[in-house]
Design a binder for this molecule. Structure first.
Ligand SMILES: [Fe+2]
Length: 279
């Protein structure tokens, strides 16, 4: 009994295709999609259609992430995202999705207990159990605290794009990393598997090369680059290096916003951060 975990695809259909190939060739029984399906990369409906087709012939489970919530909030409250480095990626994504797709994704839960009948019950969440925007890390002990609070022997979460396997007191916590915006694995996408064998779950982090140069070209061809300038530049830089440029950029802009009193959305600050990071 083998389970695949895919999180944080962020519309990167080039990377997703490679993960699907792996699943087909490696006797995976079920696939769990862990949210943040769209935004940051172009052509969101292409990714959603690929997932729909895949799920027709592969047993699949779904939860939603914070990006699906942002898009639905914009639809529900009729608040438009703004063009520019802070929100332009979300605006592009919103404009390139159907209202039906945004509404359907929002119906998914952020936490799910999965009973396959072939292995013990396990659980998944995009990040927290009741909040899709919390970050859990190994270094600061938050992942360990989370794991020890879980009722089942296996839990998987994503959101941080920081992959890990943590095992303690007979329990396993997996963060499969990010399919679409992978950190620390230059040119390679990330997913995870867990095999239930000899009465225990055996987790594994999977790293697979994909055509990231084709993914980069689409930023320009699609118009996404023009919508979200610096944000797209952080994505392209991540694909080329594996360095977590978007979080570094956000930290710099927050710091400069505090120092200058200018709003976080101020394009000038984003451009300055991009110059500092040399992206
Ligand atoms: Fe997320």
């Amino acid at each position: 009994m083998k389970i695949a975990f895919l999180s944080d695809i962020h519309s990167n259909h080039h990377a997703l295709e490679v993960c699907f190939d792996y699943i087909e060739k490696n006797n995976i029984d079920i696939t769990v999609f862990m949210g943040d399906y769209v935004s940051d990369f172009p052509y969101p409906m292409k990714t959603l259609e690929m997932i729909r087709q895949f799920s027709l012939c592969h047993k699949s489970y779904f939860i939603k992430g914070n990006r699906e919530e942002y898009l639905f909030d914009s639809l529900k409250n009729k608040t438009a995202f703004q063009k520019g480095s802070q929100q332009g990626s979300l605006l592009y994504t919103f404009e390139n999705m159907t209202k039906e797709a945004i509404t359907e994704l929002n119906k998914l839960p952020i936490y799910l207990e999965i009973d396959t009948g072939e292995c013990p019950l396990f659980s998944v969440s995009h990040s927290g159990i009741d909040n899709s925007r919390v970050l859990y890390y190994i270094d600061d002990g938050t992942a360990r605290g989370f794991l020890l609070n879980q009722p089942y022997t296996l839990h998987a979460l994503g959101h941080s794009h920081r992959r890990f396997i943590l095992e303690e007191k007979g329990k396993v916590l997996i963060n499969p990393g990010s399919v679409g915006v992978p950190i620390d694995t230059k040119g390679c996408t990330q997913m995870a598997t867990a095999e239930y064998k000899d009465n225990k779950f055996i987790p594994e982090l999977i790293t697979l090369p994909f055509d990231y140069e084709a993914a980069i070209r689409e930023f320009y061809d699609s118009g996404l680059y023009d919508y979200s300038n610096v944000w797209s530049r952080t994505m392209i830089a991540i694909l080329k290096t594996g360095i977590h440029y978007n979080s570094q950029c956000v930290s710099l802009v927050k710091q400069m916003s505090k120092e200058t009193g200018l709003p976080f959305s101020c394009e000038e600050l984003w451009q300055k951060a991009a110059r500092i990071l040399k992206i």
